[in-house]
Ligand binder design. Structure first.
Ligand code: UDP
Length: 358
């Protein structure tokens, strides 16, 4: 299959601004190449793919980023800036799609989904978030009624945000396992990883660290400075050890030394890449039973699931984290979320989409 992938219009690949989509795209390219497919990627200028993905042709586009939907009001109208990066990536996609079998859109945005109604070339969409915008959800509903195969979701819980989709295609996600080294560090510090933004609920993890009289290591791109400084001021100095945004290899080296990852989202997390990355290093995860993490974590086997927003329960699960065998965590990723497993699911889905257009 010849597949053209369109990246997120928020930040270049490797910047951290695009969140989990950056890693998802790279994992997918690895898996697709490994299965023998031909891949071209359209992405913002300065984007980088994994070295091992060099067989994929990368097309750079310059332009203005979109505003992330999770930071706008649910009922906001669509805003497309002048010199739009999204429009530029789509134009490039249309240009090269003529020699391809399918366009695969990875941006959660209005324009590429709307184009489905007006294109003769197959275009498929990986929806990377829960319902964060009425205009996008209504558009998905409209397009779905005409093209029911063209959407895929990362988790069942995420897909429930789109109740009009009766039988959602669930593709999970994939991780290149040789990028993550198993470590048996049962006595390490507490960890939290993610974009530092309100929907990620960092304050609850810091609360837990403070209750235990420990510090917590925090890795990730600080998207919302005022939110970060509010957290910093709400707890004793030194409770948060800000470790910055690291590339995958460096991140996993540090993360693997931790005894547990806390994952405390306040929104319907579509998947939760960082949960699987921790497991791949052998780090058990304690998360709220909310969104993707509630389908990934095997309660009592690879970590614990607490009732949403129940911080005290997070504290009590940390006290028994040594009951989790770290090898089980790694094993779950190997058996459920490798790049090949992921790419196979995506290819099966894309075949259905392509067949619709024949
Ligand atoms: N991440 C990273 N370096 C860091 C912290 C985070 O590369 O120091 C990446 C991480 O690998 C993951 C992404 O940031 O792929 C966060 O994705 P997730 O699905 O957890 O949440 P999202 O940001 O998409 O809401």
């Amino acid at each position: 299959m010849r597949i053209v992938l369109i990246s997120t219009p928020i930040g270049f690949l490797g910047s951290g601004k695009g969140g989990g989509v950056e890693l998802t795209l790279n994992s997918l390219v690895s898996g697709l190449l490994n299965l023998g497919h031909s891949v071209e990627v359209i992405a913002p200028k300065n984007s980088k793919l994994y070295k091992s993905n060099e067989k994929a042709k990368l097309h750079y586009v310059e332009g203005e980023d979109q505003i992330s939907w999770q930071h706008q009001n649910y009922n906001s109208p669509v805003i497309i800036p002048d010199n739009s990066l999204l429009a530029g990536m789509l134009e490039k996609g249309l240009e090269i799609a003529k020699q391809s079998d399918v366009l695969l859109n990875m941006s959660y945005d209005w324009l590429p989904i709307w184009m489905t109604l007006n294109l003769e070339i197959p275009i498929a969409h990986i929806i990377s978030m829960g319902s964060e915008s009425s205009v996008i959800s209504n558009l998905i509903s409209n397009v779905y009624s005409k093209h029911p195969h063209n959407f895929a979701f990362h988790s069942k819980t995420q897909a429930k945000d789109y109740p009009f989709i009766k039988k959602p295609t669930i593709i999970g996600n994939g991780f290149k396992l040789d990028n993550y080294i198993f470590q048996d560090s049962v006595k390490g510090p507490l960890a939290w990883v993610g974009r530092v933004a309100p929907e990620k609920g960092l304050e609850d993890a810091v609360y837990v660290a403070n209750e235990l009289g420990e510090k917590i290591n925090v890795w990730g791109y600080i998207e919302d400075e005022s939110y970060a400084s509010k957290i910093e001021k709400s707890f004793p100095e030194g409770t948060v050890d800000w470790r910055g945004f690291l590339a995958t290899y460096e991140l996993q080296k540090e993360l693997g030394k931790c005894r547990v990852l806390l994952n405390t989202p306040k929104w319907n997390e579509a998947y939760g890449n960082v949960v699987v990355e921790a497991l791949a290093c052998g780090v058990p995860v304690i998360a709220y039973k909310r969104g993707g993490p509630s389908e990934i974590i095997q309660h009592g086997q690879t970590g614990y699931l607490a009732d949403p927003d129940d911080k005290e329960s997070l504290v009590s699960y940390i006290e028994i984290i040594d009951k989790i065998k770290r090898k089980n965590c790694r094993k779950w990723v190997e058996e459920n979320a490798s790049t090949n497993i992921f790419a196979n699911k995506v290819v099966n889905w894309l075949n259905k989409v392509i067949n619709e257009y024949k």
